[in-house]
Design a binder for this molecule. Sequence first.
Ligand code: HEC
Length: 127
Amino acid sequence: MLNTFTKAAIGVLLAAGGLTASLSVQAQGAAKASAPPAAPAAIVGNADAGAKKNSMCIGCHGIADYKTAFPTVYRVPKINSQSEKYIVSALNAYKSGERNHPSMVGISRSLSDQDMADLAAYYANKK
Ligand code: HEC
């Protein structure tokens, strides 16, 4: 009795799983047909937004008016005035593991593409 019920329940679960899978395949097909995924280049960085997101960067990438960085302990590259493209591609390289500095890998994994673009816009315009 219980066994029959269990079998039936599994059957229902499997059917539901199959249905979900086929629905999501259909949904993906539909999405592809109507709206191609946005190209990364479409993301525009906003320096003001970046200024609000840089609290986790300033401790290391000490900016001119922030004096508590540790340049003698940590050789941290200067990112002020770097090109936005360079900053975004460097951050993506840490995120993907292509570059492997542990702190930057950890930090970049917490950043969305938009965060990176905003931070890049902020730092590119920072003297
Ligand atoms: C714990 C210290 C630390 C923090 C916090 C930190 N960085 Fe870094 N960052 C480094 C170090 C050290 C390097 C050089 C690593 C290497 O040798 O690859 C680096 C490298 C970089 C580079 C590459 C620079 C180049 O010239 O290639 C970029 C871009 C960068 N960081 C951006 C950021 C941003 C944006 C944040 C905040 C979201 C941030 N970092 C937070 C320490 C830090």
